[in-house]
Design a protein around this ligand. Structure first.
Ligand code: TXA
Ligand code: MG
Length: 308
């Protein structure tokens, strides 16, 4: 499928999957409520989980956000296009189907040439990750087809570069909070705006980001952090390590401290474990010292997939 064909479908009110630098998104016209409702039914997504609006140009943020503060402008200038989603107070005309009735809206510009070409033709697109609700996010076009079938329209842009979803930063009120960790870290962000940034990844209570309360990122196999208890798991388990070299397992991937590669491949490994009918995915606990922000994001996604 070409960008022109994808744009045509979207303008007609259809849903098309497209690549971003993080994961593939399921795109629909952000101003078309019927198209947006198709996303919810396709994914099986609860209607109280709002969507991110994907832009091709910073100026488009003004159509969605009530006020773009000096901090918002600095963050956009520094991190867009890129894996950072900003939560801002919304304009009254933004559809409830986009925000699930919240008073805020999520915005980002993806750093991927195909996504940008597409959005330039269609205008702003809402796009959740292009997986069925509860499945790992797709990092290539085949993953999208696994969830939605071979005939589903997908713009194929190869494998995504980051592999984990964008950092979600709420700057609609103070203190600014990261609702979902990603490749952009609190340190990098606070350097640009000279403000404190907290993490708020609460799972219970009234979550600030409705998506956090839902189970996510899960393969069908049991995912476990392994310690010195490896012997009790089947030899056919998929084993992912980054530091220790381990023997005795048929399927062992050793990342040798390359956490960016581990992030890029994590969801693919989860999906492969299921295709190969493995019962367990065993993962070496990640270092406490987060030398790269992607380590925190990896811990967060793996923790959500782990069976306790
Ligand atoms: O990297 C990404 O962000 C990918 C690519 C496709 O751009 N998209 C993505 O979308 O991960 P999705 O729908 O799977 O996750 C969006 C997250 C959810 O946790 C949702 O609850 C949160 O963003 N979100 C969206 N709008 C929000 C809002 N107004 N306030 C708080 N959280 C919001
Ligand atoms: Mg998702």
């Amino acid at each position: 499928m070409t960008v022109d064909q994808a744009a045509k479908l979207i303008i007609q009110g259809e849903v098309v999957a497209f690549p971003t630098e993080t994961v593939y998104g399921l795109g629909a016209d952000a101003k078309n409520p019927e198209a947006i409702s198709k996303i919810y039914s396709l994914k099986g997504r609860p209607s109280d989980n709002p969507l991110i609006v994907h832009l091709s140009d910073t100026a488009q943020a003004e159509d969605f956000a009530e006020l773009i503060s000096a901090d918002a402008k600095k963050l956009m200038a520094e991190f867009w296009p890129g894996p950072l989603t900003l939560i801002l107070k919304k304009k009254p005309e933004v559809l409830d189907a986009v925000t699930s009735g919240l008073s805020t809206v999520a915005l980002r510009i993806p750093d991927h040439p195909v996504a940008l070409q597409l959005i330039r033709k269609t205008g702003p697109l809402v796009a959740p990750s292009a997986n069925k609700s509860g499945r790992p996010s797709p990092t290539n076009a085949d993953h999208v087809r696994q969830d939605f079938g071979n005939k589903f329209p997908v713009l194929d842009g190869g494998q995504t570069r980051v592999g984990l979803e964008s950092t979600v930063l709420d700057i609609s009120s103070r203190p600014y909070t990261i609702l979902r960790p990603g490749k952009c870290s609190d340190k990098e962000l606070s350097q640009v705006i000279d403000a404190d940034i907290r993490y708020d990844l609460k799972k219970s209570g009234k979550p600030k980001s409705p998506g956090i309360k839902y189970s996510h990122y899960k393969p069908m196999a049991e995912v476990k952090w392994f310690h010195d208890d490896l012997k009790k798991y089947p030899q056919s388990s998929l084993l992912l390590s980054h530091d220790q070299k381990i023997s005795g397992f048929d399927h062992h991937i050793h990342y040798d401290h390359d956490y960016n590669r581990m992030a890029r491949e994590l969801y693919d490994q989860f999906r492969n474990a299921d295709l190969q009918k493995r019962t367990h995915v065993l993962i070496e606990p990640l270092p406490e010292q987060e030398t790269d922000p992607i380590i925190r994001a990896l811990k967060n996604r793996i923790e959500k997939a782990v069976s306790h």
